[in-house]
Design a protein around this ligand. Structure first.
Ligand SMILES: Nc1ncnc2c1ncn2[C@@H]1O[C@H](COP(=O)(O)OP(=O)(O)OP(=O)(O)O)[C@@H](O)[C@H]1O
Ligand SMILES: [Mg+2]
Length: 239
């Protein structure tokens, strides 16, 4: 049996426009199997728009997106079956519901729903707060719930939009361990982040966007040494 050696995600010549604004301009990059790739860039660079295009929430003006070697679905509902999960910038959780109720949402129709939810809760060390109201929990715990809600779908491509946003150093360290564990289980990870130290320590490769264009791409060391990155990033850490 031949194995599928296509990249988990291939974005090629992707252009997205909103009215007169070109949010993405000829963007291309890949995420290989078992790779952690960071997408970085100043506010408004187009990072979330890349996620939205991959997830079929915006329709590209041009370009192609392939997931596991096949064209990406055109309907967001089809992503789950293609092994793609994402977290949203911020939290994106449902207030007035418990932790368990939030986690079960993406697998509500699955016959083994309860067992999968229990395993996701355990893995995220959320078993003790399963029936807690989501609004009553500290922010770092809620961020962990958002991650668990993506992982409960057992993705092989995980898109994380600012997973470290609003977290302190200890929680970022905990997050790094969790993301590496996801990768070690064979899931590719594409993450958007503003925390430089976190990105440099966790990413296998970094793609730098500025004004909707890829201005640099490479290993953390290559990107750090690239003059284009410094000019794109003046002031970005304040965001
Ligand atoms: N639905 C939309 N309609 C119109 N313009 C949009 C829409 N979504 C994004 N934009 C614009 O596209 C550009 C890229 O936005 P995007 O949210 O992708 O940036 P980002 O890199 O994620 O920024 P941040 O770091 O602030 O999250 C911005 O100028 C934004 O205002
Ligand atoms: Mg964004």
């Amino acid at each position: 049996m031949s194995r599928n050696t296509s990249p988990r995600l291939e974005v090629d010549a992707l252009t997205v426009t909103f009215g007169g604004l070109t949010a993405l301009d000829d963007v291309g990059f890949t995420v290989d199997s078992g790779e952690i790739v960071a997408l970085i860039g100043p506010n408004g660079a187009g990072k979330t728009t890349v996620f939205n295009a991959v997830c079929a929430l915006v329709r590209p003006a041009a370009g192609t997106i392939r997931i596991g070697g096949r064209p990406a679905p055109r309907r967001p509902e089809a992503l789950l079956d293609r092994g793609v999960a994402r977290t949203l910038q911020g939290l994106g959780l449902f207030g007035g519901m418990t932790v368990l109720e939030n986690i079960v949402i993406p697998i509500a129709g699955a016959p083994d729903r309860d067992a999968r939810a229990a395993s996701a809760l355990e893995r995220a060390e959320l078993g003790g707060v399963a029936s807690s109201d989501i609004d009553a929990l500290p922010y770092p715990v809620r961020k962990r719930v958002a991650l668990a809600r993506a992982l409960v779908t057992r993705p092989d491509l995980l898109l994380l939009d600012e997973p470290a946003g609003g977290l302190g150093d200890d929680d970022i360290e905990d997050l790094s361990i969790r993301i590496r564990a996801v990768r070690d289980d064979g899931c590719s990870v594409l993450l958007v982040e503003h925390h430089v130290d976190f990105i440099m320590s966790i990413a296998d490769r970094i793609v730098v966007l500025d004004f909707g264009r890829v201005v640099a791409c490479g290993t953390p060391d290559e990107v750090r040494a690239d003059p284009a990155v410094e000019s794109a990033y003046l002031g970005w850490e304040a965001a």
